[in-house]
Design a protein around this ligand. Structure first.
Ligand code: SF4
Ligand code: SF4
Length: 99
């Protein structure tokens, strides 16, 4: 009988990459690069490891970038950013802003 009980809920480590949690998203984080200090706090708090701090395309500063495949739009990053550099916007508004 003991063999029928799973040892853990996640019995195959490293499988989370296959789950694109970005498909759940209704809102997404928008970074204002001029406010972002590149501190990486958003990266530490993101539950889906969907943030990287990378070199800006507009200059040498380092800024936060979100991976849309895994960002589920929870807004934790925006709540934790001390610089107020992240705004949560609807997917429709994000598409408009990108035009
Ligand atoms: S927490 Fe805010 S300031 Fe720090 S890297 Fe993230 S977006 Fe930039
Ligand atoms: S909204 Fe949530 S999932 Fe998306 S980058 Fe921010 S903390 Fe991560």
């Amino acid at each position: 009988m003991r063999g029928d009980i799973p040892l853990a809920a996640v019995d195959q480590p490293g499988t989370s990459r296959a789950y694109h949690t970005g498909a759940w998203r209704l809102v997404r984080p928008l970074v204002q690069e001029e406010k972002c200090t590149g501190c990486g706090l958003c990266n530490l708090y993101c539950p889906d490891a969907a943030i990287q701090v990378v070199k800006s395309e507009r200059g040498s500063r380092r800024v936060a970038r979100f991976n849309p495949l895994y960002c589920k739009g929870c807004g934790i990053c925006a709540a934790e950013c001390k610089a107020g550099a992240i705004t949560m916007v609807t997917e429709d508004n994000a598409r408009e802003a990108a035009k």
